[in-house]
Design a protein around this ligand. Structure first.
Ligand code: UDP
Ligand code: MG
Length: 319
């Protein structure tokens, strides 16, 4: 048995509700493609019945492969695990919640072959299924990222895409941790194409991306690609410094001119400005230091509990 033509990587975190619907829709589609494939589900440390349901499903679906991470490591880390372990000539990443229509996988493959490209992005042509807050923050995010990465990041192309083996190997060769796939892949610069689609509502269950996970993604995105905030901090520091010098000079002139100085306002101002700017700069510095710290530790980003391919009989799951 050689390597499959296609690996479908599905990160899953507590997806017991959507899992049966997902498989029901996915399997006939993939069987119908008439190519060798594997569905590589990365169970991102789910706490619900996802793990046992996956094992049960794998018993009568030989193409289903389950990789279980020991703990919840996040959507991007789960994708990293998928990239490392997938064997296919092409790799598609797709969410488990059916917001990304699996029917498009066939289009992705056809586009990749016809246009001879290494990346096919699924681009959302309509985000009306998302909340206003999500749409607005997403737009801000993509605008900023285009600037920082210095390349055209396809707007609203999240993590539903096809990449070739060349891209998988290139991504795996990157030494950095905390990769943000939607930025790293355009940054690599392989020839690409887009397929537009309308994003559906989540088929079942609730979002697994809370605000703190979204902030993490945003911070990782910025600090991975740019020292601009650090430079901004320098400029702000300079500006604040000049401002406070001006305040000091003004206070001195008033004092020398003989008028007794009320003093209070200028003192508060100076302390306030300096304090604010220092805090801001420290915060930004902290982000970078944290990144350096993390990468200097070289801790694994995820730990694999088992891979059904290597250990098919494995049942030792905490029920
Ligand atoms: N996910 C994951 N680990 C996490 C959070 C999410 O593997 O810590 C998976 C989740 O199961 C889903 C995908 O990432 O397959 C996208 O998450 P979700 O649909 O909740 O995000 P949203 O579409 O709301 O942005
Ligand atoms: Mg979703």
């Amino acid at each position: 048995m050689g390597d499959p033509e296609l690996s479908v990587v599905v990160p899953m975190y507590d997806e017991e509700e959507v899992l049966p619907i997902f498989f029901e829709r996915m399997r006939p589609l993939l069987d119908g493609l008439d190519i060798g494939y594997e569905v590589l589900v990365v169970d991102d440390g789910s706490r619900d019945a996802t793990a046992s349901m996956l094992l049960a499903a794998a018993t009568d679906w030989p193409e289903l492969r389950v990789v279980r991470l020991l703990r919840n490591s996040g959507h991007q880390a789960a994708q990293s695990a998928g990239f490392r372990r997938a064997r296919g000539r092409y790799l598609v990443t797709i969410d488990a919640d059916l917001q990304d229509p699996p029917e498009l996988i066939a289009d992705f493959l056809a586009t990749a072959r016809e246009k001879d490209v290494d990346v096919v992005y699924g681009v959302r042509s309509d985000r009306s299924s998302d909340s206003w807050a999500k749409r607005t923050t997403a737009r801000m995010y993509y605008r900023l990222m285009c600037r920082l990465v210095g390349k055209d990041i396809p707007f609203d192309a999240a993590d539903f895409r096809l990449v070739s083996r060349r891209v998988v190997d290139a991504v795996n060769a990157l030494p950095e941790d905390g990769r943000v796939f939607r930025l790293v892949i355009p940054w690599l610069g392989f020839p690409s194409a887009e397929v537009k689609f309308v994003r559906a509502e989540r088929a079942a269950g609730v979002t697994k991306y809370n605000w703190s996970k979204m902030f993490r993604l945003a911070f990782d995105s910025v600090t991975a690609f740019s020292a601009a905030p650090l430079r901004l901090a320098t400029w702000l520091g300079l500006l604040g410094g000049l401002l406070s010098i001006a305040v000091v000079v003004a206070a001195l002139i008033i004092k020398l001119s003989g008028n007794s100085v009320p003093g209070w306002t200028s003192t508060v101002l100076a302390v306030g400005i300096i304090g604010a700017i220092q805090l801001l700069c420290l915060g930004l510095l902290g982000e970078y230091v944290a990144r350096l710290f993390q990468s200097s530790q070289r801790r694994p980003q995820f730990l694999v509990g088992y891979d059904s391919l290597e250990d098919p009989g494995h049942q030792a799951l905490d029920e």
